[in-house]
Write a protein that binds this ligand. Structure first.
Ligand code: SAM
Length: 270
C-alpha cells in the first residue's frame, strides 16, 4: 500500500516501513486484538499495522512524530471512530493522559531503532497501565531482552526489563520485509508486565545503580566492579560470591545486592 503515497522515508525518524503482507499478518495474529481492547501504537508511519489494529474494533491511539505523515494517516483512518491520532514524540508522551484502566493498555510498534531502548524504559515507568507490548526491534536487541544469565547477551537491558516483564522472542523478520530495508535483522518481541513482581527490590533506583555499576566492566569480578558500593563482606552477606563475574548472576541475586545496599548508608552518586 505504501506505493500510493508520496512520502519519502526519513532516516532521522528511523523510517523503515513494513510492506510484506505475510509479516504484517503474522504480527497482527500474535497481537490478536479484540473489540474490547485499548490499543496504543507507537510510530504508525503509513499505517501498515494500524489498519489491522483498527479492524479489530478496539480503541486505538497512535503517536506519530513525523508531521508529514499526519495528513496521510488522517486520510486513511480519520473516518473510523476508534482511531485517535496524537502528533508528537512518544518519548515525551504522557501515557496517563489516555485514561486507560490499570493493566489495560496493549502497546504495539514497529519501533524506530534509535529510540527503542529509552522508549521501553519510558513505558515501563507506567508498567501498571500496560497489559502487554508487541514490538519490532533489532534482532540483537530482542536477543538481549530475552537472554538468561551466563552469556554475553545478559546485561543491563535484560535485567531491568525482566524485573518488570516476562519476555518472549516471537519470530525474526529479514530486511526484505521493509521499505527501505534496514541494514540489520529484526525480530518481534512480546513483553508482559508481571502482575506481581517476582523479585521486588526495596529501592528500584538502587537496583539500577548496582546493575549499571556491575556491567560497566563485565569481565571483572563483582568484588572489583562493586567496590565503590559494597564491600566483599556485604556482597557475601547478600548470598553472592564476590569472585563471580556480573553475567553469572541472575535477577534475584542482583535484587539481593541492591537490598543489601539499601541497608548500608548509600555512598553519594558520582
Ligand atoms: N509502523 C510503520 C510500519 O510498520 O510500517 C512505521 C514503522 S517505522 C520503523 C517507525 C515510525 O515511528 C515512523 O513512522 C517514524 O516517523 C515514527 N517515529 C520516529 N520517532 C518517533 C518518536 N519519537 N515518537 C513517535 N513516533 C516516532
Amino acid at each position: 500500500m505504501t506505493e500510493h503515497y508520496q512520502h519519502r522515508a526519513r532516516k532521522r525518524f528511523g523510517q523503515n516501513f513494513l510492506h510484506d503482507a505475510g509479516v504484517i499478518d503474522r504480527i497482527l495474529r500474535s497481537i490478536h486484538a479484540k473489540p474490547e481492547d485499548r490499543l496504543l501504537e507507537i510510530g504508525p508511519g503509513q499505517g501498515a499495522l494500524t489498519k489491522g489494529l483498527l479492524n479489530s474494533g478496539g480503541q486505538l491511539d497512535v503517536v506519530e512524530l513525523d508531521k508529514d505523515l499526519i495528513p496521510i494517516l488522517n486520510q486513511l483512518f480519520a473516518s473510523q471512530p476508534n482511531f485517535h491520532l496524537h502528533q508528537g514524540d512518544a518519548l515525551k508522551f504522557d501515557f496517563t493522559s489516555l485514561n486507560a484502566a490499570p493493566n489495560s493498555l496493549r502497546v504495539v510498534g514497529n519501533l524506530p531503532y534509535n529510540i527503542s531502548t529509552p522508549l521501553i524504559f519510558h513505558l515501563l515507568n507506567n508498567a501498571g497501565l500496560i497489559r502487554d507490548m508487541h514490538f519490532m526491534l533489532q534482532k540483537e536487541v530482542v536477543e538481549r531482552l530475552a537472554a538468561g544469565p551466563g552469556g554475553g547477551d545478559w546485561g543491563r537491558l535484560s535485567i531491568m526489563v525482566q524485573y518488570h516483564c516476562r519476555v518472549e522472542h516471537l519470530f525474526n523478520v529479514g530486511p526484505g520485509a521493509f521499505n527501505p530495508p534496514p541494514k540489520v535483522d529484526s525480530a518481534i518481541v512480546r513483553l508482559v508486565p508481571h502482575a506481581v513482581l517476582p523479585h521486588p527490590a526495596k529501592d528500584h533506583k538502587l537496583l539500577e545503580r548496582v546493575v549499571r555499576e556491575a556491567f560497566n566492566q563485565r569481565r571483572k569480578t563483582l568484588r572489583n566492579t562493586l567496590k565503590a558500593l559494597l564491600s566483599n563482606d556485604e556482597i557475601e552477606a547478600a548470598g553472592v560470591d564476590g569472585s563471580l563475574r556480573p553475567e553469572q548472576l541472575d535477577l534475584a541475586a542482583f535484587v539481593r545486592l541492591a537490598d543489601q545496599l539499601a541497608i548500608q548508608p548509600a555512598p553519594a552518586a558520582d
